[in-house]
Ligand binder design. Structure first.
Ligand SMILES: O=C(O)c1ccccc1NCC(=O)[C@H](O)[C@H](O)COP(=O)(O)O
Length: 256
């Protein structure tokens, strides 16, 4: 059965072919900001490493934020205590855009991950060109060879790679890569089902030298405190923050 992830990846292939055929010129980015280092520093200091996501809409929820303002959200996240930003750049399914990442990164000093569906190392170069400090490798969307190529391109650009898994088999494949930044997406990208138990199940299998990020379905400080009891101190949160009227106060309530 064809899943939403299959559909997104098929669309992405067409999109990437068109973009490669007529690439856009971007303003020169500043040097990469250390994405994993920013998370590790917060965790080492006994705090929480929050990757705060700038997310206008999603396939599962439709429009999330009508008064969408990437630079304002970036400033609010930084002032509230986020360690890093995540910016959705996929046009067709998330109403994202590369310009949102450029504007968000220019508005603060935080490292930024480009949240998109990478299927081709060319997209890593494009990600750096728009200023991204890190890229996402979705294990369920790629074979081992594709993952290694995309990771090598990120390393060549001086970027970090967040390697995203959803089950033990994917974690095993992720650990063949060099990156020691592993995200457990509690959302099944094929069904949209969210289960935070995924993080608890998989953290037990992760080597101690990994920075482990719990992603999706996290709503409040109690959710993060419960994870911290299992030594999980880094989080990627989008929807629950983007739905708040006062994004800065909501961020501070999570990690302040
Ligand atoms: O969010 C979705 O509906 C979605 C659907 C298909 C593929 C990916 C999707 N989301 C990407 C993400 O992983 C989340 O944006 C991120 O982890 C934040 O999740 P949340 O805090 O639940 O918004």
């Amino acid at each position: 059965m064809r899943t939403i992830l299959d559909t997104i990846i098929a669309t992405k292939r067409t999109e990437v072919a068109a973009r490669k055929a007529s690439p856009r010129a971007w303003p020169a980015p500043t040097a990469p900001r250390g994405f994993k280092a920013a998370l590790d520093a917060r965790a080492a200091a006994g705090g929480y490493g929050l990757i705060a996501e700038i997310k206008k809409a999603s396939p599962s929820k439709g429009l999330i934020r009508a008064d969408f303002d990437p630079p304002a959200h970036a400033r609010a996240y930084a002032a509230g205590g986020a360690a890093c930003l995540s910016v959705l750049t996929d046009h067709d399914y998330f109403q994202g855009h590369e310009d949102y990442l450029i504007a968000a990164r220019a508005a603060c000093d935080l490292p930024v991950i480009r949240k998109d569906f990478l299927i081709d190392p060319w997209q890593v170069e494009e990600s750096r060109a728009i200023g991204a400090d890190a890229i996402l490798i979705i294990v369920s969307a790629l074979d081992d060879g594709q993952m290694a190529e995309i990771e090598a391109a990120a390393i060549a650009q001086g970027m970090d790679a967040l390697v995203e898994v959803h089950d033990a088999a994917e974690l095993e494949r992720a650990l063949k890569l060099k990156s020691r930044l592993i995200g457990v997406n509690n959302r099944n990208l094929k069904t949209f089902e969210v289960d935070v138990q995924k993080t608890y199940d998989l953290v037990r299998h992760a080597p101690k030298d990994c920075t482990f990020v719990a992603e999706s379905g996290l709503n409040n400080r109690a959710d993060l405190d419960a994870m911290a009891e299992h030594d999980i101190r880094c989080f990627l949160i989008g929807e629950s923050l983007m739905r708040q009227a006062d994004v800065e106060a909501a961020t501070r309530a999570l990690v302040g």
